[in-house]
Design a binder for this molecule. Structure first.
Ligand code: 13P
Length: 250
């Protein structure tokens, strides 16, 4: 279902005390913004605490990653069932940091997507080009390929549990944001690509988030674009005030 969503990807930040502190501030300062769904994605070690802490609010909790296997000898990994057993029903898959630093391929990501959906989880699937790919004007081709290989195996029935996040790698943590026009252009392209494969009705129903240096000062003009349904926020999600200002930018 197409929704307005603002999700905070905390990445590898915040120990338990810092997590408690940030969650406390979010809960204190948050006034339910009708129509905007809010999600936070703390590190694995803090997910259980976050879920319990936010239980009485409508803020959802997501994991930043998961393993594609259901169980077994995969030292250091976490499965979909482990996440759902603590109440976590949303997972970010294919973040560019997972792709680049941890060498996650399109094929592995497709398996992760399938494993999450089979466990009735919601997937926030990330895509986005690197700077050299945009300079070479290959950004549409790159994103189309990431979608085709990573998420287009999903059945029509499962698409209601899929959110797409477009995160141009050159805009992540750099302070450089895609212009609202660049974001809209790519989001419209992503929706068209989904429509070509699955039909317009389904494509119109998918939430497509923008990520990459979204701040309180630029969120409003990005979110105002027709095909931008919200944001996946990194750095600015670590400060309650900034994150909530972004939520309220809608
Ligand atoms: P920044 O907002 O810090 O650029 O990070 C974006 C991001 O990677 C969210 O997943």
């Amino acid at each position: 279902m197409r929704q307005k969503i603002v999700a905070g990807n905390w990445k590898m930040n915040n120990d338990l005390a810092q997590t408690e502190d940030l969650l406390g501030q979010l809960k204190n300062q948050w006034q339910e913004n009708e129509g905007v769904r809010v999600i936070v994605a703390p590190a694995f070690t803090n997910l259980h605490h976050a879920f319990e802490s936010l239980r009485k609010t409508s803020i959802d909790v997501a994991a930043q990653n998961m393993n594609e296997n259901s169980e077994g000898a995969f030292t250091g990994e976490v499965s979909a069932r482990m996440l759902t057993s603590i109440g976590v029903k949303t997972v970010i898959i294919g973040h560019s940091e997972r792709r680049a630093i941890f060498r996650e391929t399109d094929e592995v990501l497709a398996k992760k997507v399938n494993a999450a959906l089979e466990n009735d989880m919601e997937v926030i699937f990330c895509c986005g080009e690197e700077l050299n790919e945009r300079m070479a004007e290959r950004h549409f081709e790159v994103v189309k390929s990431q979608l085709g290989k990573g998420i287009f195996q999903v059945s029509e029935a499962h698409w209601k549990k899929v959110v797409i996040a477009y995160e141009p790698v050159w805009a992540i943590g750099t302070g450089e944001t895609a212009s609202p026009e660049q974001a809209q252009e790519m989001h419209a392209f992503i929706r068209k690509t989904i429509a070509e494969k699955f039909g317009e009705t389904l494509a119109d129903d998918v939430s497509i988030l923008y990520g990459g240096s979204v701040k309180p000062g630029n969120a409003q003009e990005i979110f105002a674009k027709e095909d931008v349904d919200g944001g996946l926020i990194g750095g600015a999600s670590l400060k309650a005030e900034d994150f909530l200002a972004i939520v309220n930018a809608f």
